[in-house]
Design a protein around this ligand. Sequence first.
Ligand SMILES: *[C@@H]1O[C@H](CO)[C@@H](O)[C@H](O)[C@H]1NC(C)=O
Length: 317
Amino acid sequence: MASTTPCLALLFVLGIWAFQVSSRSIPEVSMSDKFEQWMASYGRVYQDAFEKDKRFQIFKENVEYIESHNAGHTGKKYKLGVNEFTDLTNEEFKSMRNGYKMQRSTIVASSKTSSFRYENVTAVPPSMDWRSKGAVTNIKDQGQCGCCWAFSAVAAMEGITKLKTGNLVSLSEQELVDCDINGEDEGCSGGLMDDAFEFIITNKGLTTESNYPYQGVDGTCNKKAAANHAAQITGYEDVPSNSESALLKAVANQPVSVAIDAGAVGYGEDDDGTKYWLVKNSWGTSWGEDGYIRMQRDIDAEEGLCGIAMEASYPTA
Ligand SMILES: *[C@@H]1O[C@H](CO)[C@@H](O)[C@H](O)[C@H]1NC(C)=O
């Protein structure tokens, strides 16, 4: 799909958003001082002087980009800042952190319903935050493993489980990484939310985070832990593609997995009238706004910012 590359490029831009935007007001600090401070605050150590210099050059380019973006002129609604990924190139970041495979038409989805159960929803509240409804677990961190697909699927499943049973239970991504290996999903090398839902349905459930804790590497399936199901889903549906209004109807009713490798857990409108999607990421709490990001909504593109409305789906229970 033509929009894949710009989407991932923007994902990186969003990835370097953090809280040091205010550094402009601090007296001028040299780039090498900034780099040393950054290394200290993220505990970064390099093998040798060669590696350090290489990383410094990348850091410098990223910081210069951030500073020029924040200086204005782009008309963009978001600010950028440094974070733990600032010494990586765009390509390195993408290969390390993404792991979402664009849906391929060859996938035979047996449990997916072709209908969209929220199609006739007319009343959507002006804002929704599933966190305030207790349907969202704490921010998780996928670490160096490209299994965003597992975190996104699990977050949507945690949401529907809370809505159906009243209980918010943190569920196991590692079970998906280790055990969902007979189809398209490949653990830390990538996967699809819909395939994860297929696996969970066939497996008749998923166990808890505490019963099958996250390791951040591909492992052997612990069948004993995986057999201890804590939650079930009965099916899943795709939100009609490229429609932010369809996505709105769905998110008004439950947290939804979206293909920017994250989960939409709400929406709303800023004081200045800017509409946004509230998105949960799995890169820890130092990323974005305590691990969340507000992404502009109702932009002038059918696929939405970063392709957020391209491949959204949700489990049913
Ligand atoms: C939406 O309304 C149409 C027309 O009444 C109906 O045919 C369709 O089944 C409804 N869809 C759902 C998901 O209820």
